[in-house]
Design a binder for this molecule. Structure first.
Ligand code: 5GP
Length: 302
């Protein structure tokens, strides 16, 4: 009779708990891949670095199917083409397989090189609730030499918001006038609701004084700035994970369910646009993310 190993109940429970946590972590990583919070190249890098990590223990089949626009049929063709067995885990790939997979990823999901040179005009954008405002506020406190643009908006002030500090709160007629008089560098309707725009005058004046200027605006606005000022440095703020972004969105508690769902849809679409940006910064720690933004300005040495 085969020997039966007696595993104490507590150990078994602990092992089951660990296995459950690993599965949850991998599921979360798959959501990050499908929402593009993390690039597939980064997940492969983590897997190669540590075969026992969440990335390393992910099945190649799960990895591929989590990628945007890859279905089961396509996944199987890719595996055949790359000569990788579907039972493999990312951390268990051979050297040739890693090289082939990484080449395929670079072709299919290219990560553009940031444009050469640095501008004093920095644009910080990113999905809703990622914490752009908090990072910008931190920069305002710690780097008063950087000019933080104050936007005009048609939305009503929230408690504690001061006109001229957080926003210029204007009515529709005044916003129309700003547009008509060409006083806005960019403007957009955000979340299908209110209009927001960057007054051009203060930005031009600060740049003329040799200052670094930071705009904290939405994706549509960032695109307009790119078109108007091609040399601007565009920075995209990423959440540490999709689950964390959802948590921040719900945690803020300022929107109702319908509004939250709409913001999540917007966030997904916004994440998909991150590769239009020169740099991506992960907002895991506000002070660190803020410093990384400052380090990208032309004023700071490379
Ligand atoms: P909130 O109403 O929560 O302060 O801001 C909502 C969104 O409007 C944020 O994503 C913020 O980045 C964006 N936003 C703020 N100011 C501007 C602006 O001047 N232009 C554009 N395009 N978006 C802005």
């Amino acid at each position: 009779m085969a020997e039966r190993r007696i595993v104490p109940e507590v150990d078994r429970a602990a092992a089951a708990q660990r296995a459950l946590e690993r599965r949850r972590a991998r599921a979360s990583l798959k959501r990050d891949l499908s929402t593009r919070v993390v690039s597939p190249q980064e997940v492969l890098r983590r897997a190669v670095e540590d075969a026992d990590s969440d990335a390393g223990t992910m099945r190649i089949t799960d990895f591929l199917i989590a990628l945007p626009a890859i279905g089961a049929g396509k996944r199987d063709r890719i595996l055949e083409e790359l000569r990788i067995s579907p039972v493999k885990r990312l951390g268990g790939l051979g050297v040739r397989q890693i090289a082939d997979l990484s080449h395929w990823l670079d072709e299919r999901f290219p990560i553009p090189e940031p444009r050469a040179g640095r501008s004093r005009l920095l644009v910080l954008a990113g999905p809703t609730a990622v914490g752009k405002g908090t990072v910008a506020a931190h920069i305002r406190k710690t780097h008063p030499e950087i000019h933080l643009s104050v936007s005009a908006t048609t939305r009503a002030p929230r408690p504690g918001e001061i006109d001229g500090v957080h926003y210029y709160f204007v009515d529709d007629a005044e916003f129309d006038r700003l547009i008509a008089d060409g006083e806005l560098l960019e403007y957009a309707v955000v979340h299908n609701k209110h209009r927001y725009g960057t007054p051009r005058g203060p930005v031009d004046a600060a740049l003329a004084e040799g200052k670094t200027v930071l705009l904290e605006i939405d994706l549509q606005g960032a695109r307009q700035v790119r078109a108007a000022e091609p040399s601007a440095t565009l920075i995209f703020l990423l959440p540490p994970s999709w689950d964390e972004l959802v948590h921040r969105l719900v945690g803020r508690g300022t929107e109702d369910a319908e509004e939250r769902a709409r913001r999540l849809r917007t966030a997904k679409a916004e994440l998909a646009a991150q590769y239009e940006f020169d740099y991506r910064i992960v907002n895991e720690d506000v002070a660190r993310a803020a410093q990384e933004v400052v380090d990208l300005s032309a004023a700071s040495p490379r």
